[in-house]
Design a binder for this molecule. Structure first.
Ligand code: WTA
Length: 634
């Protein structure tokens, strides 16, 4: 990967200008660095107002050829993946590119034997073990569309996703280890699949050795099949725009959105951004602590690093197990050079003694990254001072499941960093801020809705099965532009600072949670009439959730504590434990507009304890409930 490398701020500006002036030339030059069966006829075709985008039209390739095969001659023995298990006493695994090739080919053959063909959807519900990486890449090898579901999601969430994409094959394990807990994944799968009659086979990886039920005719242990499978498998010829994967993200309303990413653009975009933002060099060891169940793991544990022939760390555990020094112990042990994590983890660790950090040798570190939510100033400094020893640039990377890869971020060693600022757009990214009248704001020192006005190769192409929703969600608020759903501030030199969501999505510990599905889950509880969920600032999680709940019978006699517990249990089962409420307040009414819409803006203020200025409440149908809610606030 040589084209348009960025080594200084001056070069960044030069490259950036080029990418805006001649985007087609810019991206095609980068695309030349990859392996193609056939080159593209046309770099870009687009009509953003219709949410239609195609990159590298008629190009043919396979992403695993680029992520694995092409490295074998030069880097066959180099470690591709370091697997660091949950339990520090279990030995780490170093999987070389040669070994990864064989394992992916074997898995690809097993999937083909199960009847999986190009274009079929394969659902993957696995803990952070090497088989997860192998399964993802095996799908890509045979042209199947992977849909990874985060293994912390509940059975209901899993079954919704399986049904939405119509997958007939699912890969899971007997269980998973997370800190001092063992997670019984298989029984969650069994429950989920009760509602998925179309499911044909479930391939089960042995990880915990827990005794599980294997359903006859459906469930098969994976390892024996892998042992017998051939270690060679021809890579399917994929069109540049053939789907690579579906990854669900929360929407502000209704069902989760299956964001669809395609092959060539995504590959080139993740590879280019990885190389430059983290200033990756051949001998580096890159560690992104995300789970592969989220986009960060897809793009920066797997595809971006592997496309560069990098060594990437895959960590099964949690930052607090067996103690708060675990991250730093792993950095020391594997001599990690780039470390990429979320503000919520930084805040949690910053609450503990710095002895946990100083106990380890972190001198291998060169670059620190942050992702998933705004990083507050205090956390930024703690990260910079204690982990980076003030020598490692902190790249605060703004992007989304929908964008495929990093969008606004410093380029390490080139862009001067500024705490809490994601700084400047990467080459090829053309952000704009829009005002309330939907006009583009040209000045600096302004805030607005963050949009992108020109296509970039990594962008999602649609929502699986619902192109109209894709267009409505992202391309309608500001016609002809991609609307991110985030607000941003642009400072006097043009640096961007992300201020947070402007819709009904709340980011809790770096996870996007739509409030509507949580409300739907709560409203299913027999005692609940109606509910409203809002986010409020939380010291460690960034945001936490507060539920305002109206019960059906005003004379509800049940113990409120029990109800609170039941409601949270209900949420855990329907969505997952991450969506549990930190605060619940039972109310007699919810503030509504005359058209019947809940005024969340007011509830948000009350939940955050800021009741001094509630703004205009004159449009409320029932203004009296506001003071009632404030008076009985918890
Ligand atoms: C938020 C994660 C501030 C933002 C890659 C976005 C951030 C949502 C940052 C996407 C950041 C992500 N600073 N906010 N550096 N990075 N966000 O789809 O609100 O899980 O819209 O993708 O996270 O979350 P998603």
């Amino acid at each position: 990967m040589g084209a348009y490398e960025i080594k200084s701020l001056e070069q960044y500006f030069k490259v950036y200008k080029k990418s805006v002036r001649e985007p087609r030339k810019f991206w095609s030059k980068i695309a030349e660095d990859f392996v193609w069966y056939k080159k593209w006829d046309k770099v870009l075709e687009h009509r953003l107002e219709d949410a239609e985008v195609k990159w590298f039209v008629n190009g043919k390739l396979n992403i695993t050829k680029n992520c694995i095969d092409r490295h074998l001659a030069k880097r066959g023995d180099k470690t591709a993946i370091i697997f660091e298990p949950n339990d520090p006493k279990e030995e780490a695994q170093h999987i070389s590119y040669n070994e990864l090739y064989v394992r992916v080919c074997k898995m690809a053959n097993v999937l083909r034997d199960q009847g999986v063909k190009k274009g079929d959807r394969v659902c993957i519900y696995l803990p952070m073990i090497p088989e997860l990486a192998v399964a993802v890449l095996a799908c890509a090898r045979i042209g199947a569309i992977h849909s990874v579901v985060f293994a912390g999601f509940s059975s209901t969430a899993l079954s919704t996703r399986v049904r939405d994409c119509g997958s007939k094959v699912l890969i899971t394990s007997d269980g998973g280890f997370r800190g001092n807990k063992t997670i019984d994944l298989k029984s969650i799968v069994d429950e989920a699949l009760e509602d998925c009659p179309e499911m044909e086979s479930v391939l089960v990886v042995k990880r915990t050795g827990a005794g599980i039920d294997m359903k006859k005719g459906r469930d098969i242990w994976l390892q024996p099949l892998l042992e017998e499978a051939s270690g060679e498998s021809i890579a399917e010829v994929m069109d540049a725009e053939d789907p690579l994967f579906i990854l669900y993200t929360s929407g502000s309303t209704g069902r989760p959105k299956g964001m669809l990413h395609t092959t060539a653009g995504y590959m080139i975009y993740t590879a280019y951004t990885f190389k430059n933002v983290f200033q990756y060099e051949e001998k580096d060891v890159f560690w992104c602590t995300a789970d592969i169940g989220w986009v960060t793991g897809h793009s920066y544990i797997l595809y971006g690093p592997l496309a560069n022939g990098a060594t990437t760390v895959m960590f099964e555990g949690v930052p607090s197990y067996p103690d708060f020094g675990r991250f730093w112990e792993v950095v020391d042990k594997h001599k990690v050079t780039q470390f990429y994590t979320a503000p919520t983890a930084i805040r949690a660790l910053a609450k503990e003694s710095t002895d946990w950090v100083t106990r380890y040798d972190l001198s291998s570190l060169k670059v620190l990254g942050s992702v998933g939510e705004p990083i507050n100033e205090e956390a930024w400094h703690w990260y910079n001072d204690h982990v980076g020893n003030k020598k490692c640039p902190v790249v605060d990377t703004w992007w989304q499941t929908e964008t495929g890869g990093l969008m606004i971020s410093p380029v390490a060693f080139a862009t001067p960093t500024k705490p809490t600022y994601a700084t400047l757009p990467l080459p090829g990214v053309q952000p704009v801020l829009m005002d309330e009248k939907r006009n583009e704001i040209e000045n600096n020192q302004v805030v607005g809705s963050l949009c992108i006005k020109f296509p970039w190769p990594g962008m999602a192409r649609t929502i699986w099965g619902d192109h109209r929703r894709y267009k409505e969600t992202y391309f309608s608020a500001f016609p002809g532009k991609y609307f991110s759903g985030d607000g941003a501030l642009r400072d006097e030199v043009g640096y961007y600072r992300i201020t947070g969501r402007v819709d009904d999505v709340v980011i809790v510990s770096g996870h996007n949670l739509g409030t509507a599905p949580i409300e739907d889950a709560i409203n299913e509880h027999p005692a609940v009439a109606e509910s409203a969920i809002v986010g409020f600032p939380h010291e460690v999680k960034g945001n936490a959730l507060c539920g305002y709940i109206m019960l059906k019978e005003t004379g509800e006699t049940r113990n409120r504590e029990n109800l609170t517990r039941e409601i949270n249990q209900h949420i855990s089962e329907h969505i997952g434990p991450i969506a549990k409420l930190d605060k619940i307040q039972f109310v007699n009414g919810l503030p509504k507009t005359r058209s019947g819409k809940i005024m969340r803006r007011i509830l948000r203020k009350i939940a955050s304890g800021d009741t001094s200025n509630l703004g205009d409440t004159s449009t409320l149908l029932n203004p009296e409930v506001v003071s009632e809610i404030i008076d009985s606030a918890v």
